[in-house]
Design a protein around this ligand. Sequence first.
Ligand code: 6R9
Length: 667
Amino acid sequence: MHTGSGTDGDGGGAGGALEAELERLQTVERFDPPPGFARRQPYAADVAAAAADPLAFWAGKARELLTWQKPFTRVLDDANPPFYKWFDDGELNVSANCLDRHVAAGLGGRVAYHWHGEEGERRAVTYSELLADTQRLANGLRSLGVVPGDVVGIYLPMIPEVAVAMLACARIGAVHNVVFGGFAPSAVRERMEVSDAKVLITVDGARRKGRTAAVKAGVDAELGDLPKLEHVVVVRSTGPVGGAETVMTAGRDVWYHELLAAADPLCPPVPLSAEHPLFILYSSGSTAKPKGILHTTGGYLLGATYTHRTVFDIDPETDVYWCSADVGWITGHSYIVYGPLSNAVTSVMYEGAPDYPDYDIWWRLIAEYKVTVFYTAPTAIRACIKWGARYPERHDLSSLRLLGSVGEPINPKAWLWYHQVIGGGRCPIVDTWWQTETGSILISPIPGVTSTKPGSATTPLPGISPALLSEDGEPVTEGTGVLVITSPWPSMLRTLYRDDERFVQTYFSRFGPRTYVVGDAARLDADGYFWIIGRIDDVINVSGHRLSTAEVESAIVAHEAVAEAAVVAQSDEDTGQAIVAFVTLRGELVGDDAMVSQLRDHVAHRIGKLARPRRIIWADDLPKTRSGKIMRRLLRDVAEGRELGDVTTLRDPAVMSALAAKVATAP
Ligand code: 6R9
């Protein structure tokens, strides 16, 4: 049960003290590594090695951090850019790196996942148990006819079986294609169809905030007639949904537990070329047709392992790590499954929502499992700000030593709140910039080393070479430009599945086959720090001046009345583009004319008159993808009075109709 109204602007019992401290922190431009932070992983040697010889650096890390069944002799094959190959005459198995080598080293009894269910259930899954289930499922998949290179779809909620499913594919050289459990079955169908998936691993039902959805029934309704889909494996998670037994189609469907029980317990890991495909992940977002981003075995695992260890300063002996993402996103792939398991760390895996059964569930889990490293997204932090500091203040968060952020630029206000309220002012924050395409983090502070500036992802990791280019491809050393990566890195995407042409076109056509075009604009400051502005189409041009939606949003949300804001461009006869702001106010506050002028003055004060929104539209909620990214494309449609584009990837499509109705009646 929710125990509060859900809003609490003043930080609970602390009165105005917290607000005053946050106000003071806004004047701090840079935060040096906290003196009490004792770094556990070495770093300086990596910087020196990567600067001296990047390929030798990567080769050294690949030998040090990964276990190879056949050592590689070639590091990078760049004969045919942008189709790069890394370590390609070497052989390894990802599941052996995540499981067998740890069990062989005597760590089988270590907990891999402290799983926490929505209704408070607990399951501690050890590395030995994960290995046992992975072997059985791998054999089970083989018995269903899966051979190396076959695509296996995975459509599961946040339960340990999702990791088993991914690892079982990796063990036998099948290519997994995970679809976020929050997507509708029609999205699953599309992703299975275009990838020719042979098997789909799913679940009977999924729980969300006390309700249970019938997943398998939805799958049957949408995917029943897919000719290439031969089998559906069903995890029994919830049991009958709404009293209805799960219907199993004879010859096609098989229960996960029965498949495991019937399978041989031993399945040696198949040695695979480092360039063997590991997974496809369809990227959500701005384009109409999803892109099937393909990652391969050796380079991807190296990127996930090295960055997880380095950026989160992981000590597998002592850390308890929690990434609050969903496995259905790249963040879950790299930083819930592959990075943490390869590093033999203990993680928390949480099934539920951040506001169920109450707004303090995350903080309760951090206290209960003594989490030391916590990794989440700015959108989640902003929600927590809205709910109020009194929820985290109920719990002992002193186990935390490091905080991470990912997914979008973090506005300084959220950064400071995260720093102060969650981190107690003592935990470094790593604002990690990367993409599905990059496979692992590329730009991020190193805790204990890098001084941070709220809102900046700071500097590149060793061996990574980002740069800014002007529209004509000239290097920008200070100022704003298009973000590119000028040399290949091991965990980069290899292609778009079965669409090499679109791969080249999307990422390598603008500045040639050796320059990866990220799709983000960024600013480089005098200290060489990167400030990600946002997707290139999120930059607004008002009277020839470039403004970032993120920058304007950040200014708006810095106002005490504001919970969240999204800014888009509307075309304008005078200025080319004009700024439209969709704003959610805190708690019970109402948007009126006085508030409009307050906010406009506030933005003028923080950025300049140029950045004042032309229109402010009050919104009860903003349209977000299921990964929490605001869909500005839809807001632009609303602002321009156009017919709405595709809303099927929204977490809550009803948000849009409410907004559109509001705009139709607004001045
Ligand atoms: C990991 C992930 C990638 C896009 C990326 C950028 C934005 C991610 C960010 C960030 C600013 C950060 N993004 N992390 N922007 N600061 N720390 O989110 O992958 O879903 O593919 O999104 O997200 O715009 O281009 P993905």
